[in-house]
Design a protein around this ligand. Structure first.
Ligand SMILES: Cc1cc2nc3c(=O)[nH]c(=O)nc-3n(C[C@H](O)[C@H](O)[C@H](O)COP(=O)(O)OP(=O)(O)OC[C@H]3O[C@@H](n4cnc5c(N)ncnc54)[C@H](O)[C@@H]3O)c2cc1C
Length: 435
């Protein structure tokens, strides 16, 4: 017989936002049995960015329980025992297949129903799959994607099975760049393929990209730009053997890793809640158009006060902060205490090889590049400012110290005026340090 369980608060999804929300619920006070996390994954919430970085290192790779939330932001590591001690129910390996917001009921793929008073939607994103476009051969073996820990384990197994082999990485975003680097560190011959004129085009300027592409080339990563994968060849076992490109070239491959983007998992709620810009529309407290239903992390399209615009953000820092904001708002409503609106400064980072960059603010307007962006330097350190309406809107820094990164964050937040772009270029990091 199908069973039914009731909780005061349910967090649907067990990723980064779910973990940080659970910690905030505990801080604000929940009674044992009041809160449940329902997750398709088999493990307690963890810091997802580790999957494309330390998890794939050839030596001393990160493994659970080492990177459960909230270590990624310097907080306490919430082990599965933490949840049981607090009386928070972790309902793992459970996929919700149906959501009915009117009757406040979630139904799992195996027919278990969960009812709630308050729901936090934290379903995150899923990868865009080449099979969805009907690319011939896209379901061959060893064509891999990366979103969850199971995907990372498949990649680890493929790298071990194909040691010294060839990988083609499809996509030139940060996932493509991080994965190309770790594949190379695992002694695999790597070729990156992407259609744009340079890598990370959504953020990088041509100047910034030129540094990373040259750095990667020096490490032996080959880069094929301006073309697409249009098909795959496989052998009799169904294992991928080659990638066919639109420009007619064919690249041999033992492993293909695809990083061509993600889309928010909102399908369960279609037609039941207001949507905007591909996500679930929320107010500054992450409450949706349905009272008592909140959306946090990658799925939320929220008012970004700084730019007076509704935006959706797929970055870990926002998933943590939106989770905390929503829980404070839920608890504030109960106690009658008012909570300030969400004030978010966009922040994004990536790490690969010995490189590490941070970006704050908005990448709009004119840009200037400063510092040492010679890819052969022993310790390259350079950055970029984005200037709009004679003010700095965005700041990027490669190789910065913690204090220097704090300085560029402050610049992006305070948006100081810029009188002269040439002067700004000359001053470089100094400009940020004196703000
Ligand atoms: C490999 C990788 C590397 C990344 N690196 C960086 C980085 O360096 N810097 C950065 O800023 N950001 C990075 N990100 C992005 C960041 O991890 C996400 O923005 C963040 O995880 C979003 O948190 P979330 O809680 O909204 O979603 P997620 O962390 O994706 O969690 C969603 C959870 O919901 C579960 N779920 C979904 N649907 C259902 C359902 N129907 N039933 C039950 N459970 C369900 C999923 O299984 C998952 O557990 C990276 C992402 C990936 C995949």
């Amino acid at each position: 017989m199908a069973s039914e369980k009731h909780f005061k608060y349910v967090i649907l999804g067990g990723g980064v936002a779910a973990g940080y929300a659970a910690r905030e619920f505990d801080k604000q006070g929940v009674k044992p049995g009041e809160l449940a996390i329902i997750s398709k994954e088999a493990v307690a919430p963890y810091e997802r960015p580790a999957l494309s970085k330390a998890y794939l290192f050839p030596q001393n790779p990160a493994r659970l329980p080492g990177f459960h939330v909230c270590v990624g932001s310097g907080g306490e590591r919430l082990l599965p025992e933490w949840y049981s001690e607090k009386g928070i129910e972790l309902i793992l390996s459970t996929e919700i297949a149906k959501a009915d917001l009117a009757s406040k009921t979630l139904t799992s793929a195996t027919g278990v129903t969960f009812t709630y008073e308050i729901l936090l939607i934290a379903t995150g994103s899923t990868v865009i799959n080449l099979s969805d476009f009907g690319t011939p051969g896209a379901d061959s073996n060893n064509i891999l994607y990366l979103r969850e820990i199971d995907d990372a384990d498949k990649l680890v197994a493929a790298m071990q099975a194909k040691k010294g082999g060839k990988a083609v990485v499809i996509g030139g975003g940060y996932i493509g760049l991080e994965l190309s680097a770790v594949l190379k560190l695992n002694d695999i011959d790597v070729t990156m393929v992407f259609p744009e004129p340079w890598c990370m085009p959504r953020l990088f300027t041509a100047d910034i990209a030129a540094f990373y592409e040259a750095y990667y080339a020096n490490k032996g990563v080959k880069i094929v730009k301006g073309t697409l994968a249009v098909g795959f060849d496989a052998n009799a076992n169904g294992d991928v053997t080659a990638v066919k490109l639109k420009d007619g070239r064919v690249l041999e491959a033992d492993i293909v890793v695809v990083g061509v983007g993600a889309r928010p998992l909102t399908a369960l709620f279609k037609g039941q809640v207001a949507e905007e810009k591909g996500g679930i529309k929320t107010d500054a407290f992450f409450e949706t158009s349905v009272p008592g239903v909140y959306a946090i992390g990658d799925v939320a399209t929220f008012p970004m006060k700084m730019y007076n615009e509704l935006r959706r953000v797929e970055h870990v820092d926002h998933s943590r902060k939106s989770a905390e904001q929503a829980v404070k708002a839920i608890k504030g409503k109960e106690s009658g205490e008012s909570v300030p609106e969400y004030e978010y400064l966009p922040y994004f980072y990536s790490r690969s090889f010995d490189l590490s960059w941070q970006f704050y603010g908005d990448n709009v307007g004119e840009t200037i590049l400063f510092g040492d962006s010679d890819p052969t330097s022993a310790k390259p350190k350079f950055g970029s400012y984005w200037i709009k309406d004679s003010k700095v809107f965005g700041a990027f820094l490669e190789g910065g110290s913690p204090d220097e990164n704090k300085a560029i964050a402050k610049v992006a937040k305070t948006q100081p005026p810029v009188a002269n772009l040439e002067e700004l270029k000359k001053e470089g990091l100094q400009f940020a340090s004196k703000i």
